[in-house]
Design a protein around this ligand. Structure first.
Ligand code: MBD
Ligand code: FE
Length: 285
């Protein structure tokens, strides 16, 4: 497989700054928590107590405290809080949310969603370059309610990385809107999206999150994944990811976001292209 070399190297700082903007927009979409003073006080105290307990347990020294302080400031200065929190924390928030949800299994949104992408008909090819590197993949399926009725007014909002690992909108060498789109389903709730196989994703090595991972001797990779939001009027929107059987890092996702139900096994279809079927089930809002 050929991969194009970026002319402009996408740095952690570059994607981090964009990720800050995207995170502000995402937070605004999700709305302000209607939290009582009592809940805020309890939770904030518990977070502070948890940090203080770690300091006591490990007898953290002044130099270690100062190093931690500088690192935390760097995460902010580099715009990496969305990245760090989505990699190390969001999966638990999703796990808690999933306790009260039915239908298709969810997974984390991550830092690279962009709203308001181009709309496409039910059978479509995501925006790609003429010489787009990678293996073509057809993702086909149907959106239904819990009773099995098709949802003809559903939308499948999909985003993924290019074969070189980067996401459009967060890397200057990739065209805007690449491998992103909002696909409307047909009157039977069906869609058929042609794209490329996504690539494993490495946390940027040049930023503070990457530095922590490297210095601690952890690995910095997520398995290849498609991101999806599926929505229909009157139904709870689902945010999920789809993975690929046999791919690298499935058993060691740095973001802990792989679930067995979400691992696909595409096979070559009659036209030789990889093809996989996956249906989405939404519950009423
Ligand atoms: C990603 O592509 C991603 O999906 C998550 C959750 C975190 C970092 C990069
Ligand atoms: Fe991702």
């Amino acid at each position: 497989m050929t991969t194009t070399k970026p002319d402009v190297s996408p740095t952690a700082a570059g994607s981090g700054a964009n990720a800050s903007e995207a995170a502000r927009a995402s937070a605004a979409r999700h709305g302000q928590a209607a939290s009582s003073q009592e809940r805020l006080s309890t939770v904030a105290h518990d977070v502070i107590d948890a940090v203080n307990a770690v300091i006591r347990e490990h007898k953290i020294t002044y130099p270690e405290f100062q190093t931690a302080k500088r690192w935390l400031m760097e995460v902010g200065e580099n715009g990496e809080w969305p990245l760090f929190l989505d990699v190390f924390v969001e999966h638990v928030v999703e796990e808690v949310a999933a306790e009260s949800q039915q239908g298709t299994v969810g997974s984390i949104e991550g830092p690279y969603y962009l709203p308001d992408q181009q709309h496409f008909p039910p059978v479509t090819t995501l925006p790609m370059r003429d010489d787009e590197p990678g293996t073509l993949l057809v993702l086909a399926g149907q959106v239904r309610d819990l009773a099995g009725a098709p949802l003809p007014n559903a939308e499948v909002d999909i985003w993924q990385n290019a074969a070189d690992g980067f996401y459009s909108g967060f890397a200057p060498h990739l065209p805007e809107g690449l491998l992103r789109g909002v696909v409307t389903v047909d009157e039977d709730g069906r869609f058929e999206i042609t794209t490329i196989l996504p690539a494993p994703y490495q946390i940027p090595t040049d930023g503070p999150t990457g530095k922590l991972i490297k210095t601690a001797g952890w690995h910095a990779w997520r398995p290849a994944h498609l991101h999806l939001m599926v929505r229909a009027e009157g139904f709870r929107q689902i945010t999920t990811q789809l993975y690929f059987a046999g791919g690298e890092y499935l058993d060691g996702d740095v973001a802990s976001a792989v679930k067995d139900d979400l691992v696909l096994d595409p096979k070559p279809g009659p036209d030789g292209r990889l093809r996989v079927d996956y249906d989405f089930v939404l519950e009423r809002a």
